[in-house]
Design a protein around this ligand. Structure first.
Ligand SMILES: [Ca+2]
Length: 739
């Protein structure tokens, strides 16, 4: 553990790093949007906005860069932590030799606390057995509350405190929302730390699930925007651009990039499509304003504690706005990633509940495009729509400007050196016996007080899901590569699908939006920059390139203690996260004592009605419920459970394009159903856990209300998979979706 006898120097600042998820350059009020973000705007008004701050274009990689100051590939996080592979740039494992920001601050006398999304614990290290070295406490935080995966159901998250999966509460208060819970927890941590050790500096890492899908918010927040986006994404984008110019976050003379033809013109849409897409953005806008209201509570707490004046608050996004809902958006992202298409007309029926507990929604990609105004593309691309995002720095004692825009090139890897310099902490522990050569980023601190201070570096490579770019010599070169894995992108985007045929565009550094490709006039510069990209790629472990989840999966590193084909689970073991279950399990069997009176309750349940499976008993009758991307399956037994000890549960048969589900009592099939539904390998993108003898949070179907505890005795649940039901490539691709 840390050297707790070291005290920070007197006057050392606190640090609050607020990392929003999938928020585009143009979505905050202070960056030109008409979405209300008054608390964030207040930080901007009393601090600095950066308009050339860059990230990696994807969740885990940016977070790794923020907390290490190293390029993401160089610390093994070239891709998501969910798919660790054998290649050094893609292990998903931040090396133990790399000093992390929380560890350095902790060892220098700061209290260190993390709340919210983590996404830096690799697959294979996320069960209750750890190892915990890459969980928040392992990387240097003293306290943690949040979720380990890439997203979370805001109404029903699987949460972790420190190194423990939380088991409960069974019934969350009406109207529970994850962002509110995370904010409560962050406030509690800071207040208790400050009243326990007054004056001891702290580092709070506050990473919301917002604004990542699912876009979940209380209805009144969405309703506040009723009608506001009926103008459509083309006009909305033009209005945003005009405000960006007026605000100065986009320099005068900038050309807005043109709408590509694979983003439909608003004028080409039907009335139904417009109604559905406008509501999607009302929900998103409400979700963002709600997030802002929670940040407001956190900042006001710092004011009340009288510590805001000497707290460096940094607010940013991890990548640009996301198009992972596809061209038409989705009511349930699990449907989209399992390639079960839906139309705007389909979604008219569910529109009144958009953003509520029934769905797992993501907006149509026209809004992602507009959310990244004035840039091209979005998350997952090395174009500016993926990599250039807001950064706000607020620190009354250290920044004496108000509302100014800074235009120095900056990148996520510069954040840790900036924080360390602000705190007066050396970038390497004095006691460290090994070093990896130091941070790749450099401090932005000189830009806090000097508008003319030089940018920290002039060269930076980018690589994300095979999309590549490089900044050097006053130019930026970018490939036209289109990644695999997002359904509509594969079909609709123009560009290369073959690395050997990738074409590089070239832009001058002063072409703020990258609207004017000058590659034809400067083939020599293109050649020099692509050579430089290759050199940087070799230096930072970027190679081998891949744009395919299936290819990554083939090289996946499995855990040292995989669950194998069969596990026996006991109720006293707590929630069982899906990584601890056999891959593609197909038999779940509960060993139970059925009581004398009518038997009732949940035998086992995983996930919820946006994706999940449950076996439950009502009046002694066994029911199996499955909520899958393509539809729901229900089976009830044609005979009752009798008093005494029985084995009972379900069998899942993955057939070609359909699934047969059987209810089973004592090895006899007592009911079955077949449906044209493909079962996913994970029920929830955000991860979930199998609960024994009860459910919690949202149910898998509306026939029972959690916890609905089993009123007999539950001895165990055995979960088994069949070797013969190996995943098809398509299934594997869908199953591995997680970001
Ligand atoms: Ca993200």
């Amino acid at each position: 553990m840390g050297t707790s006898d070291v005290a920070a120097r007197p006057g050392a600042p606190n640090v609050v790093m607020i990392v929003l998820d999938d928020l585009g350059f143009a979505q905050l009020g202070c960056y030109g949007s008409d979405i209300q973000t008054p608390a964030i705007d207040r930080l901007a008004r009393n601090g600095l906005r950066y308009n050339r701050f860059h990230v990696t274009g994807l969740c885990s990689p940016t977070r790794a860069a923020l907390l290490t100051g190293r390029n993401h590939h160089a610390v093994g996080m070239g891709f998501l932590a969910d798919i660790p592979t054998i290649h050094p740039g893609y292990t998903g494992k931040i090396p133990a030799s790399v000093p992390t920001l929380p560890r350095l601050l902790r060892d220098s006398g700061w209290s260190t606390m993390a709340v919210g999304k983590w996404h830096l614990a690799p697959r294979g290290e996320r069960t209750s057995a750890g190892p915990f070295t890459r969980w928040p406490l392992g990387l240097g935080f003293e306290r943690y509350y949040g979720f380990l995966l890439g997203d979370a159901n805001h109404w029903d998250p699987q949460l972790v405190r420190d190194n423990t999966y939380l088991d409960g509460p069974d019934v969350r208060p009406t109207g529970y929302h994850l962002t509110e819970d995370l904010t409560d927890e962050a406030i509690r941590m800071v207040v208790s730390q400050q009243q326990s050790a007054p004056g001891k500096p702290f580092f709070l890492y506050f990473a919301t699930g917002a604004m990542h899908s699912p876009h979940h918010v209380h209805k009144e927040w969405a309703d506040a925007y009723a009608g506001q986006f009926d103008i459509g994404w083309d006009s909305w984008r033009d209005e945003v651009f005009a405000r960006q110019l007026a605000e100065g976050v986009v320099p005068a003379g900038t050309t807005i990039t043109q709408r590509p033809d694979w983003v439909p013109a608003w004028s080409s849409l039907t009335a139904d499509e417009r109604a559905v897409y406008a509501r999607m953005h009302e929900v998103y806008a409400g979700f963002l304003s709600h997030t802002d209201s929670q940040i407001d509570r956190l900042i006001r707490t710092l004011e009340e504690l009288d510590v805001l004046d000497n707290t460096l608050v940094l607010l940013m996004s991890d990548n640009g706005a996301s198009a992972e809902g596809g061209v038409g958006g989705t009511s349930n992202e699990h449907r989209f990633t399992h390639r079960v298409p839906e139309s705007a007309t389909d979604n008219l029926d569910v529109l009144p509940d958009w953003g509520g507990t029934a769905g797992y929604p993501h907006y149509a990609w026209g809004w992602a495009w507009a959310g990244n105004t004035p840039f091209r593309l979005w998350k997952r691309y090395a174009w500016l729509g993926g990599t250039r995002v807001p950064l706000i720095a607020h620190w009354p004692r250290g920044i004496r400007e108000s509302g100014t825009v800074r235009s120095q090139f900056a990148h996520a890897i510069d954040i840790m050196p900036t924080v360390l310099e602000a705190c007066g902490v050396e970038p390497q522990s004095p006691s460290a016996e090994t070093t990896d050569g130091g941070a790749h980023g450099a401090s932005l601190l000189p830009t806090f007080t000097d508008a003319a201070a030089p940018a920290p570096r002039s060269t930076q490579y980018f690589e994300v899901v095979g999309s590549r770019s490089i900044i050097a010599d006053g130019f930026k070169a970018t490939t036209d590569h289109v990644a695999q894995g997002v359904m509509d992108e594969e079909a609709l985007l123009d560009g290369s699908r073959d690395f050997a045929l990738d074409r590089w565009s070239l832009f001058r550094a002063d072409d703020f939006s990258e609207a004017h490709d000058v590659s034809a006039a400067h083939p020599d510069v293109v050649s020099r920059l692509t050579d430089l990209w290759a050199a940087e790629a070799a230096r930072y472990n970027v190679l081998p390139l891949t744009d395919s989840l299936v290819a990554r999966a083939a090289e996946m590193v499995w855990p040292d203690f995989p669950p194998g084909q069969r596990v026996v689970l006991r109720p006293s073991g707590g929630p069982v996260v899906d990584e601890a279950l056999p891959l593609l399990y197909s038999r779940l069997t509960a060993d139970v004592d059925v009581p004398l009176e009518a038997a009732n309750g949940v035998l086992f349940a995983i996930g919820n009605w946006t994706g999940g499976l449950a076996a439950f008993v009502i009046e002694s009758r066994l029911h199996i419920a499955i909520a899958a991307p393509g539809g729901n399956i229900r089976v009830q037994a044609d005979q009752l459970l009798t008093t005494g000890r029985h084995s009972t549960g379900c069998r899942l048969h993955r057939l070609d394009g359909e699934t047969r589900v059987e209810a089973v009592i004592d090895n006899s099939v007592v009911g079955s159903a077949v449906a044209p539904v493909t079962l996913p390998h994970v029920w929830q993108h955000g991860g979930t856990s199998l609960l024994l003898g009860r459910d919690r949070g949202l149910p898998v179907c509306d026939s029972y209300r959690p916890p609905f505890a089993w009123n007999g005795k539950l001895h165990s649940v055995t979960v088994e998979s069949d070797l013969e039901s190996l995943p098809s490539q398509e299934l594997l691709r869908a199953a591995l979706k997680s970001d």
